[in-house]
Every structure is written in C-alpha cells, then in structure tokens.
Write a new protein. Structure first.
Length: 170
C-alpha cells in the first residue's frame, strides 16, 4: 500500500509541468533562442532514449510471471521521472517558442503531443498496475507498455530526424 501511495502521490500532473512556463524569462535574441532550443531538444532526445530504455525493460518483462509489481513500478517510475524532466525542458521551449525557427516550433509541437501521450500511458499503467498487481500479463497493461515504447522511440527519433541543426540556419 505504501508503494501504491508513493507512486500515485509522486505523479506530477503533466499539464502542470507543461503550463509552468516562466513569465519572468529574460528577453533573448533570436539566434540565442535557436541555439538554446537545439540544446534543449538534444537533451529531450537523450531523456526520451532513457525513457525508452525503461519501457523496453517493461516490454521484456512480458510473459515473466515471477516478477513482482515492484519490478514494474521501478521501471514506470523511471519513465515518469524522464517525462517530468522533459516536461520542464518543454516548458522552457514554450517560453522561447516565438523566437525560434518555424521548423523548431513544429518540432516543439510534436514533442509536446508525444510527451502528453507518454504521460497518459505511464499514468494509466501505474493505475492499472496498482489495481491489478497479479495481472500484469493482461493485454490492457501490455498495450500501455507497448505504447510507451513506441512513443519514447518516436520522440527519440523525431528530434534526430527533424534535423534540428538545420533549423538554426533558417
């Protein structure tokens, strides 16, 4: 019960993280904003790769009936922590959004959408796991895990394939 309470109480609602854009951010020059956005996007890519690692671990648990819910919860906590880190970085990106290149704005939008999906699936997996600790083999839970893997992988590769370095030149 303590693990359940700790997991649910430590979940930071993603909407709060994303909407926590600093209104007191100092004005930034456009070239500085583009470079900063690229740096942050690279950091998000790294965080997404870490989240994907946790999600792949969860996928590897499928069919392993001797693992406890705690094993799953540790990996889900890792995903949640990465999502929260990315949410903070995304808030900074949103605060400089008007000063970055159009390609970077598009990437910020795609990143935000994927991050919301990841947050929802992580929360759903945590709630399901807490309520069904002995039934983690069910298709519903595996669907959450598979979606997490796909979304984290997509986020990792979308930043990479968008060629965000080109956006600085626009």
């Amino acid at each position: 019960m303590n693990l359940k309470r700790a997991l649910l109480s430590s979940c930071i609602p993603f909407a709060m993280v994303v909407s926590a854009v600093s209104a007191t951010a100092a004005p930034v020059h456009q070239a500085d904003s583009k470079a900063e956005a690229n740096t942050i996007l690279r950091e998000i890519q790294s965080d997404a790769a870490d989240a994907a690692g946790h999600a792949y671990n969860l996928q590897s648990f499928e069919g392993t009936l001797d693992l406890t819910w705690q094993s799953h919860a540790i990996q889900l906590e890792g995903v949640k922590d990465e999502i929260n880190d990315m949410g903070v970085k995304l808030a900074r990106l949103e605060s400089i959004r008007n000063s970055v290149a159009p390609a970077q704005r598009d990437l910020i939008d795609r990143t935000a959408a994927t991050l919301r999906l990841m947050a929802d699936n992580t929360q759903d997996a945590l709630v399901f796991g807490n309520a069904n600790q002995k039934s983690l083999w069910l298709a519903k839970y595996q669907h959450y895990v598979n979606d997490l893997c796909n979304e984290a992988n997509s986020l990792t590769h979308s930043v990479e394939s968008a060629g965000f370095a080109r956006a600085v030149e626009e």
